[in-house]
Design a protein around this ligand. Structure first.
Ligand code: 1CP
Length: 344
């Protein structure tokens, strides 16, 4: 199959002369136009649930930079909210949620078919984007992977070591596994609806996969991802899936086969030359420039960008950062990165 969308070509396994490029958190606070639209929306969640404004902030980095993909503007924590958790954002601190740590709290979550009542505006955003994006730009939908979503639902906030989630996993396996299963089913339903609305690719963010050790990494990061991938592939065999088990380190090896995903996203904790040899041999990879270069810029940015492109040049590669761009990044450095990828 041939496409004029370079991201879809790379995801189909094609080696391209110039890797397609997009950037995690490309719609975000480093852009003045994002801050202006967010101020109009009032707060972050109002922005997520306002299809016109969410589509607007999704399009801003496409207009400014001409990235090859747009990522739906939403958040991984909208699914917990749709399942019945209270969710709010504390300015300067981050998300807060009501917690799920007991069998009764797990049982009180909403039935799966009710999640779309909350999530419908997200599907509206996708429909707007499919009509407004340039024809060469791919639209990526996403969700959190079950382990990462569970860490927030159990702790009620972001935590440096995911301690509360590990404590529940080790202390009450039945409730922990019940929650993982619930999020897994919810994610299949949520991503199916995103695909039906027009998402052309979906990505699973397992931002905290790296804190799972031993068998836990496979049981609670990789296996739920594999379950979601298998369910989506059964229904939508032509929709590519990107899996991002951040912090996997040497365990990045063999993850194409273990997850069933078309592309494995690499953080900046692995060396590109190593990853080309041990991960890209099995399929498309995405990554893995350290986000700090978007703050510091200069020759280091250029050298590191060239090094990553060279390391991955003999196989399918989507250029991206190793994690999201930070609010203190300089928008000019993003342009320098793109010019380096496209111009050599
Ligand atoms: O104040 C603001 O404007 C909020 C900052 C912000 C943004 C721009 C949050 C709060 N979420 C988002 C959007 C977002 N989140 C996207 C949209 C598209 C894009 O990339 O441009 C995506 C894909 C996410 C995914 C997300 N949310 C993840 C996974 C990826 C990652 O960064 O590891 C996680 C862990 C979240 C939770 C979350 N949402 C927001 C924050 C500050 C956090 C992290 C909280 C924490 O752990 O402390």
């Amino acid at each position: 199959m041939t496409h004029n969308k370079t991201i879809l070509r790379a995801l189909a396994g094609e080696t391209l002369e110039t890797p397609p490029i997009w950037m995690m958190r490309q719609a975000g606070r480093y852009l003045p136009e994002y801050k202006a639209t967010r101020a109009r929306a009032g707060d972050f969640l109002s922005l997520c649930y306002n299809p016109e404004l969410a589509a607007e902030v999704t399009l801003q980095p496409i207009r400014r930079y001409g990235f090859d993909a747009a990522i739906l503007f939403a958040d991984i924590l909208l699914l917990p909210q749709a399942l019945g958790a209270d969710l709010w954002f504390v300015t300067g601190e981050g998300p807060r949620l009501s917690t799920i740590t007991t069998a009764d709290e797990l049982a009180a979550l909403k039935p799966l078919d009710a999640i779309h009542d909350t999530l419908n505006p997200i599907y509206e955003t996708i429909k707007i984007l499919r009509s407004e994006l340039p024809p060469e730009t791919t639209l990526i939908g996403f969700a959190g992977a079950p382990w990462t979503v569970a860490t927030y639902m159990i702790a009620g906030k972001g935590t440096p070591d995911q301690g509360p989630a590990h404590a529940l996993k080790d202390g009450n396996r039945a409730v922990f596994e019940g929650l993982i299963n619930r999020i897994t089913e919810g994610t299949i339903s949520y991503l199916s609806a995103q695909i039906e609305a027009g998402a052309e690719v979906v990505k699973l963010f397992d931002s905290w996969a790296g804190s799972l050790e031993g068998a836990d990494f496979y049981d609670f990061s990789i296996k739920p991802i594999q379950t979601i991938v298998a369910a989506l592939k059964a229904k939508y065999p032509h929709v590519p899936i990107i899996a991002f088990p951040r912090g996997a380190g040497e365990r990045y090896v063999d993850l194409h086969a273990a997850t069933g995903a078309d592309c494995i996203a690499l953080d900046d904790g692995v060396d590109a030359a190593w990853a080309a040899e041990h991960v890209q041999i099995d399929g498309c990879v995405q990554g893995n420039l350290a986000s700090r270069h978007m703050v510091t810029g200069g020759q280091d940015l250029v050298d590191e960008t060239r090094r990553i492109c060279a390391a991955f040049k003999n196989g399918p590669h989507i250029f991206n950062l190793g994690h999201g761009i930070t609010p203190d990044a300089n928008p000019d450095n993003v342009q320098l990165m793109i010019d380096t990828v496209r111009g050599g």
